[in-house]
Write a protein that binds this ligand. Structure first.
Ligand code: 5RP
Length: 229
């Protein structure tokens, strides 16, 4: 029996990048959970002073429970560090995100972040993106038409459900999970998906991550950094 938790290890390593006075983006999901917990611990034990911005209502709730001060874009311009999970990440630090349904807010936060740190366990570090179905957030009105156009891009689609109800995002949209199996050209696919009227955004994150922390099942970690462009 081993009690190594790679998600927690990656998360806690990422939290070492946070310094007093920073503005910090809080990701969403079971890996980001550990980062938020650790940040809460540092706020309490060290008096770490940060301004946080959350990528979902659930992460905001957790942050508030831990007395992490949460702000909005009305009060914040640039974010120093964001720590978030991913469903898949490749060597170039391109990602599939949105397994937790928070892709839109995650992308808005990432695109305003100086150092977007992605934390994954080794199972999510892949050669080619696409095995994980690509989450696409779509407007409720006309979503049937968006689904047909997504299928024309060569995927099979499944509407996201939660406890036998249609899943609704924090932004009051649906999520369509699109199985491509292999995504050869993530940049082109990203643009084609977002060109469909009714699509709000998709879970391909291209050129948005700066640092990838992979935690292995033996407890070791690897950090990959991408040059800023
Ligand atoms: C939520 C996300 C998550 O970061 C992603 O789904 C990974 O989640 P987890 O850490 O629970 O495996 O993109 O929208």
């Amino acid at each position: 029996m081993t009690d190594i938790n790679p998600k927690k290890i990656a998360a806690e390593k990422a939290v070492t990048f946070i310094k007093d006075g920073m503005t910090v983006g809080l990701g969403t999901g079971s890996t980001a959970y550990w980062a938020i917990k650790k940040i809460g611990e540092r706020v309490k034990d060290e008096g770490l002073g940060i301004k946080a911005i959350a990528t979902s209502e659930s992460s905001e709730k957790l942050a508030r429970e831990l007395d992490i001060p949460v702000y909005s874009f009305a009060q914040i311009d640039l974010i120093d560090v964001t720590i978030d999970g991913a469903d898949e990440a490749d060597e170039q630090l391109n990602l599939i995100k949105g397994g937790g349904g928070a892709l839109l807010r995650e992308k808005i936060v990432a695109s305003n972040t100086i150092n977007e740190i992605i934390i994954v366990d080794e199972s999510k570090f892949v050669k080619t993106l696409g095995k994980f179905p690509l989450p696409v957030e779509v407007n409720i009105f006309g979503h049937e038409s968006a689904i047909k156009k997504l299928q024309q891009l060569g995927c099979s689609t499944k509407q996201r459900m939660k406890e036998e109800q249609l899943f609704i995002t924090d932004n009051n949209n649906y999520i369509i999970d699109c199985s491509f199996e292999v995504i050869e050209d993530a940049r082109t696919l990203h643009d084609k998906v977002n060109a469909i009227t009714g699509v709000v955004d998709n879970g391909l994150f291209i050129d948005l991550a700066h640092t990838l922390i992979i935690a292995y099942n033996n407890g070791e970690t690897k950090v990959i950094q991408r040059n800023r462009i």
